[in-house]
Design a protein around this ligand. Structure first.
Ligand code: KIV
Length: 260
């Protein structure tokens, strides 16, 4: 799987599968099962570091975990998150994105839309592939007033559509859509030439991502509506990952029960 592969998925209509991983052991299991994409997510701030949010995750943390994941992966596309406050100006964005690529990522992801135009463009100019992240943006949890579904009203939906179109024009290769109504995600996915990867965004996205700990039923506190534990009915980690891949590919996950 590589950047070109993203286009093939979009063209063929086959759904892409993505799980987060933070170390070599989990990533090698996910890779051996045939997962298409591994996201070294800044959700490690929650699931590894025990934080209430992702705001304390540093560039050094992301580099460390990206290096570990890269050692476990042979085939899957590796996307690494740019953490909070690591893309506030163009010089900083470029320096930090290069660190993640050097650590073993093939693409970097960061949250937000038009307000980051300069950051998207500097990476485009320097040939660093970028994945966008729209809808609920966990790094903006304070501004957003909590982990809430986005795009429910017209103004908010129009903003997400506008951002998605702008990102596409800046050569972003894929966009994560988090916690938005399934109907809005469908409209965006159908109108873009690049793939969308949904989490809490309904079955019509071009792919699906889950935080691996959620998918394995390892939760502390609140469990979001879009989460499904694939371990309970499947016995072991490999079988759970295979079940997640199968359910995404045959479009049985996410069901309406897991969508907004
Ligand atoms: O950090 C992460 O795990 C993410 C997913 C929620 C998409 O960005």
């Amino acid at each position: 799987m590589n950047i070109e592969g993203l286009k093939r998925f979009k063209q063929s209509g086959e759904k892409m599968t993505c799980l987060t991983a933070y170390d070599a052991s989990f990533s090698s299991v996910f890779d051996a099962c045939g997962i298409d994409i591994i996201l070294i997510g800044d959700s490690l701030g929650n699931v590894i570091q025990g934080g209430k949010n992702t705001l304390d995750v540093s560039m050094d943390d992301m580099v460390y975990h990206t290096q570990a994941v890269a050692k476990g992966v042979q085939n899957a596309l590796r996307i690494a998150d740019m953490p909070y406050q690591s893309y506030t100006n163009v010089e900083q964005t470029l320096t930090n994105a290069k660190r993640l690529i050097t650590a073993g990522a093939q693409m970097v992801k960061f949250e937000g839309g038009c307000e980051h135009e300069a950051s998207f463009k500097i990476l485009q100019d320097n040939g660093i592939p970028v994945c966008g992240h729209l809808g609920l943006q966990p790094q903006s949890v304070i501004e957003m007033g909590g982990y809430k579904v986005q795009g429910r009203d017209k103004q908010s939906a129009d903003r997400i559509i506008k951002d998605a179109l702008a990102l596409t024009s800046w050569d972003v290769k894929a966009i994560v859509l988090e916690c938005i109504p399934a109907e809005l995600a469908k409209q965006i996915s159908q109108s873009l030439s690049i793939p969308t990867i949904g989490i809490g965004a309904g079955v019509d996205c071009d792919g699906q991502v889950l935080v691996s700990y959620d998918m394995l039923g390892i939760h502390v506190g609140h469990v979001s509506k879009f989460v499904k534990n694939f371990l309970t009915d499947n016995g072991d980690v490999k079988s759970a990952v295979n079940a997640f891949i199968k359910a995404v590919k045959d479009k049985s996950f996410p069901s309406e029960q897991h969508s907004y």
